[in-house]
Design a protein around this ligand. Structure first.
Ligand code: S2G
Ligand code: ZN
Length: 479
């Protein structure tokens, strides 16, 4: 093992590769790169390096590999699990992809978009729109999250029901390996059965196997019509039944189906301040339904009305507000998408991003809610999210009068263990879309088999034998 370089030698070597403007070392400059999105994880780093090209990333990695310098790859730094910031040892450099932000090609015959990893999701969606196409990934942090990070975490969001996760939307990838070699497969073919599909090793690996520097993404046809309704339902079971009916009556048109509990709506309306509830009165459970299709608006609206009427007839639906303008659609979605920041602003949110089979969502919510309320009866049950995927953000929130820090100190571990255990008992997942990072790393020893953990370590050791890439993230120690 060679001795880690002194900070001066490190800085000189990095500046020789990326130039002086591509290196940040002053604490004030590095702070935003070593503190996570929710300001829970505060790391340290001697240097943040901002390469402008894949070649530069390769040279930086080769140097770090030769000198045993750990590296934390970083996109938009919107990870909720502490997966994109260094630990507080001060030994790792951060490689930020934000300077690699070019859309390289849009091909509207093959329906592909080739771009660098540092392109933000909103810029990627805008570029697709300018070419009369849709890039369908839709998550609240789209203004700052980057395509490389979306791939590294296999991001999901509110349109997975129709279009899938990032894993389903990527056709090709370019990655710099820990030793600096470049794996590039940017052909953009929809069919290519020539050996292992290596790109899928790096999608969802959270920067622990390689640094994603580019990708070819699928483009979809732009929907011609969109119909949205904010619907009060009897309970989660009624919501599941309504989803089944919506799909039976509209086929592929159901693009989003987002569950929202009353405490979640109360919280976000309080946070927004100037937005009224779309519905009269208070309802325990609501769903935001979005249909999109290539047909005309009128027939899609008629289908939505058919779904709501069936829901009323079956007494699954209690009330509904159908969006009658783009402003309504935007307002309904703003309510849904701001729930996340409303929690961050309020503090004291125990985030359980779980998934269970759709058929078990309702009993899971009932059991888990009862179990949490038995511990702290005044807990606000902020439950919302992508129910159609079996994924709910089951995020118990501190009672209004409780101090956030005290509440989390008392309940974060017992409540998240309780909720994770109930999801696991339903053959569910303890992290449906947010990944593992460091927050859930040690929990994996409880919820992954020994063989799964051995296999993950075998892959890790094969690709990153010196354990330099994002060390301490995702994989728990098993030796
Ligand atoms: C969402 C955002 C993260 C959270 O709003 O869909 O993925 O749970 C979440 O606050
Ligand atoms: Zn989500």
């Amino acid at each position: 093992m060679t001795l880690p370089p002194n900070p001066e030698a490190l800085l000189q070597a990095m500046q020789a590769i990326v130039g002086p403007t591509g290196c940040l070392s002053a604490a004030a400059d590095t702070e935003p790169f070593v503190t996570d999105y929710r300001r829970i994880y505060h790391g340290k780093s001697p240097l943040v390096v901002l390469p402008a090209t894949t070649e530069q990333v390769s040279q930086v990695m080769a140097w770090c590999y030769a000198h045993d310098v750990p590296v934390v790859p970083q996109g938009g730094n919107t990870s909720l699990m502490g997966g994109a910031v260094p630990d507080d040892s001060g030994t790792a450099i951060v490689i930020s992809l934000k300077r690699m932000n070019r859309v390289l090609a849009i091909d509207t015959v093959n329906d592909t978009m080739t771009l660098e990893a540092g392109v933000t999701l909103s810029a990627a969606r805008a570029a697709a729109e300018d070419s009369r196409r849709l890039f369908p990934l839709r998550i609240g942090s789209e203004g700052s999250c980057q395509i490389g990070g979306n791939l590294s975490t296999n991001a999901g969001g509110t349109a997975v029901l129709r279009y899938g996760n990032m894993r389903d939307l990527v056709l090709g990838i370019e990655v710099v390996l820990p030793d600096g070699r470049i794996f590039s497969s940017l052909k953009g073919l929809r069919k290519d059965n020539t050996g292992y599909d290596l790109k899928h090793l790096f999608v969802g690996a959270e920067g622990t196997l390689g640094i994603i520097t580019g990708a070819v993404l699928k483009l979809m046809p732009q929907p011609r019509a969109t119909s949205v309704a904010f619907v009060a339902v009897q309970n989660p079971d009624a919501a599941v039944k309504l989803l089944g009916e919506a799909r039976a009556l509209s086929g592929q048109a159901v693009t989003a189906f987002e569950l929202i509990s009353a405490p979640a709506l109360d919280l976000v309306l309080g946070y927004l301040g100037d937005v009224p509830s779309p519905l009269e009165g208070r309802h325990d459970w609501m769903v935001l339904i979005e249909l999109t299709s290539g047909t005309d608006e009128e027939s899609l609206n008629a289908t939505l009305m058919q779904i709501l009427e069936a829901g009323l007839e079956q007494q699954w639906v209690v009330d509904a507000a159908v969006a009658s303008s783009l402003a309504d659609v935007q307002q309904f979605w703003r309510i849904r998408e701001e729930i996340s920041d409303a929690q961050t602003r309020t503090g004291g949110s125990i985030k359980c991003d779980v998934s269970v089979p759709l058929s078990r969502v309702a009993p899971f919510i009932e059991q888990a809610s009862a179990a949490v309320l038995a511990l702290e009866p005044a807990t606000r049950m902020v439950i919302y999210g992508h129910m159609g995927d079996g994924n709910v953000h089951f995020n118990p929130l501190r009672p209004a009068e409780r101090d956030a820090k005290d509440f989390l100190a008392q309940w974060y571990k017992p409540v998240s263990d309780l909720v994770d255990g109930l999801a696991h008992a339903e053959n569910g997942s303890i992290s449906a879309e947010h990944g593992i990072g460091v927050a859930k790393r040690d929990d994996l020893t409880k919820y992954k088999s020994a063989v799964e953990l051995e296999l993950m370590w075998q892959v890790k050791r094969a690709l990153d034998p010196k354990n330099l890439l994002n060390p301490g993230r995702v994989l728990p120690r098993i030796d």
